[in-house]
Design a protein around this ligand. Structure first.
Ligand code: AMP
Length: 280
């Protein structure tokens, strides 16, 4: 595995591969890697054999300095995992090169963020995500990239950005990997206390009850109510059923939908969702 720690070196390397006609696949991460990330690497390897993975904790997508500072980090362990998973190029750019100046330009997608899911309560978050992913795509020049369904709104925004700005990157999604009790894996789970870890499972229970309600023909109001019950003790940001393409709350029962929850446990904001699509 080659480790690249500068933007200029990454650009030179990806341009060389591009000129040689070697397509690459890219998986961006913020590190503190877990099985969820590993599953994206495995999916990516099926798309193209040359895999670039990045580790960069993007300061401009955090809503508080504290959240950024407390984000878990472990570079040595991460590099071991990247090696073990067959990543070919590990890209770890320094913040000083990623943001030589405070970015003035904003890449925003108001129709899919304003008042919608995480966009409603995290001002500037998705602009920060789109900015870094756009630049990482420029620097790594991949033919394809893989993102987790766990962050479904993020995946949708990036897929739309790649398409509308014609970035030449095919964006794939990969399913959410869970702990044995159903909790979605997340680097942030490492910050949960033992009691917080027990409380966090309420999010999966809410989604499961929502899905059961949809399967058994309950009304949308009943489904929404059923989702809220297990979440009772938590501070809930949203727990709802959405249209998977527009992210508007579902108005009538449909075959395709997104059940999604954001809630706080131990002062940590956790998100999860079930995406229900018809087999095509
Ligand atoms: P992060 O390091 O949290 O920014 O995540 C990097 C990528 O891994 C994103 O595309 C996430 O959606 C994805 N990811 C995070 N957690 C999971 C999970 N439990 N299962 C699958 N993918 C995940």
């Amino acid at each position: 595995m080659q480790i690249i720690r500068s933007v200029s070196e990454m650009k030179a390397f990806s341009e060389k591969l591009f000129r040689e006609g070697t397509p690459t696949v890219f998986v961006p991460t913020m590190g503190y890697l877990h099985e969820g990330h590993a599953s994206l690497f495995r999916r990516a390897k099926q798309v193209h054999p040359v895999l670039i993975a990045s580790i960069f904790i993007n300061p401009i997508q955090f809503n508080s300095r504290e959240d950024f500072e407390k984000y878990p980090r472990s570079e040595e362990r991460d590099l071991e995992i990247l090696k073990r998973e067959g990543v070919n190029i590990a890209f770890l750019p320094p913040a000083s090169e990623v943001y030589p100046q405070q970015p003035g330009i904003r890449i925003s997608y108001p129709a899919l963020t304003e008042g919608k899911l995480c966009g409603a309560t995290r001002p500037g978050h998705f602009e920060g995500v789109l900015h870094i992913v756009h630049n990482l795509f420029l620097w790594t020049k991949p033919a394809a990239a893989v993102f987790g369904e766990k962050d479904y709104q993020q995946f949708l925004l990036i897929a739309r950005m790649a398409q509308e700005l014609d970035l030449g990157v095919t964006v794939y999604s990969a399913p959410t990997i869970r702990e044995s009790d159903g909790l979605a894996m997340s680097s942030r789970n490492a910050r949960l206390s033992a009691s917080g870890r027990r409380e966090a499972i309420r999010i999966f229970h809410a989604l499961s009850l929502g899905k059961n309600g949809m399967d058994s023909g309950s009304s949308l109001d009943e489904v929404r109510q059923a989702m809220l019950e297990p979440l009772q003790p938590l501070k809930v940001e949203y727990a709802d059923i959405f249209h998977p393409d527009t992210l508007t709350p579902l108005q009538e029962r449909a075959e395709e939908y997104l059940l999604a929850v954001a809630a706080w446990v131990d002062g940590i904001r956790l998100i999860d969702n079930f995406l229900i699509r018809k087999p095509h």
